[in-house]
Design a protein around this ligand. Structure first.
Ligand code: ADP
Length: 302
């Protein structure tokens, strides 16, 4: 029987510098990165699809072709006549990367506009994955509607996985961000926060405090990532830790958390125990940060 993994969020056009005034066009976004790795790691009996909004222009066509080439299903991508996809440019100044975004009116912001369509997509999923960025881009009334739809899916037995991915610049206020993230956690089975962000915006003193806060919000499984520090997880109230393998040369930490989530989930969804699944997450993240870019090719077996 086929099982369906549905990631939801925004993929953007990425313009990465290649030299004197020239840029390479690519596609990236936190939830898309996770879908991309998950597709590579889950076996054939799984479909991996992405739910987002795009336009009808040629760069939107190119983005869809990119999804399809990666094996990611596009049946839940909605096309809008009056919008197009978001974009960011990476600039290098003295070796430091800086980012400029054009995403405030992107098609992805409308992904929850049609509730019947959203419900149908969620109803077809066995696993739903989204992030704090997915929530941040939605207009407020659509955000509430989105979380209601996720709750309905969860009540029917769908597994919900959520990465808070705290990005205050995408939110009106930090209070709004924190309240929405906790509301999302309350409808999730698995929450995958990164400690550094959580400490900054929730004031957690240590990873255990992060895990406890989500656990008290009703989350059965919390996996707290912490850069090179140990991963701490809390499964039905019982804490465990795992020391991630050291990475001697960190080249680019883009998508460390996204790839960790993908490998963790792919392993966990196939029935591996939690320690094995956390180790798979850390192993993939280590590979990803040792290379440039968000999407790096995998070896034969991860
Ligand atoms: P995010 O990208 O979401 O901020 P983290 O920085 O918490 O995520 O990292 C996610 C995972 O990536 C960690 O749990 C770890 O497995 C791996 N990782 C990140 N930075 C390092 C590092 N310096 N050394 C080894 N592993 C790392």
């Amino acid at each position: 029987m086929t099982r369906n993994f549905l990631a939801i969020g925004e993929c953007m056009v990425e313009m990465a510098p290649t030299g004197e005034g020239t840029y390479r066009l690519g596609f990236a976004g936190d939830t898309l990165n996770t879908a991309w790795y998950t597709r590579r790691l889950l076996p054939d009996g799984w479909n991996v699809s992405y739910l987002t909004g795009v336009g009808r222009d040629s760069v939107s066509d190119e983005m869809l072709a990119f999804f399809e080439e990666a094996g990611i299903g596009t049946e839940f991508v909605q096309r809008f006549d009056d919008r197009t996809v978001g974009l960011y440019i990476i600039q290098l100044t003295d070796g430091e990367r800086s980012f400029s975004y054009w995403r405030s009116d992107s098609a992805a912001r409308q992904l929850a506009r049609d509730r019947a369509r959203l419900d149908a997509a969620l109803a077809a999923a066995d696993v739903i994955y989204f992030s704090g960025i997915t929530l941040a881009i939605l207009p407020e009334e659509q955000r509430n509607r989105f979380l209601q739809a996720v709750r309905v899916a969860r009540d029917k037995g769908t597994t919900i996985a959520f990465d808070p991915n705290l990005r205050p610049r995408l939110w009106g206020t930090v209070e709004d961000m924190c309240a929405s993230v906790m509301a999302a956690a309350a409808v999730s089975d698995i929450v995958l926060p990164s400690f550094e962000d959580e400490a900054t915006y929730f004031g957690d003193a240590g990873p255990a405090e992060t895990a406890n806060r989500y656990s008290e919000a009703g989350v059965p499984l919390v996996i707290v990532k912490n850069g090179p520090g140990e991963v701490l997880w809390l499964a039905d109230g019982v804490p465990w830790t795992f020391q991630v393998p050291p990475v001697t040369e960190v080249v680019d930490t883009t998508a460390a958390g996204d790839s960790f989530n993908a490998a963790f989930l792919a392993s966990h969804l196939q029935g591996a125990d939690l320690e094995t699944s956390v180790a798979a997450g850390a192993c993939l993240a280590a590979r990803v940060i040792g290379r440039r870019g968000a999407l790096v090719e995998l070896p034969e077996a991860v």
